[in-house]
Design a protein. Structure first.
Length: 63
């Protein structure tokens, strides 16, 4: 019954990490390390978001 008890908090933290990862290379490296660990332990609903952000951070952007 309490599977989504902390869903709002997880979403807020993820949005914060996503925003911070784009501020600098150092932040991106730190977020990558966190996400690599989270992907192994997270629920399916979160894995997709984590993997997508990891891919975005590891792929060089073309401007």
């Amino acid at each position: 019954m309490q599977v989504n008890k902390a869903r709002t908090a997880r979403n807020l933290v993820f949005d914060f990490l996503k925003k911070e990862a784009r501020t600098s290379a150092i932040s991106a490296q730190m977020v990558k390390k966190m996400l690599e660990n989270l992907v192994l332990t997270s629920v399916v609903e979160d894995k997709e978001k984590y993997l997508e952000l990891l891919y975005q951070l590891k792929t060089p952007t073309v401007e």
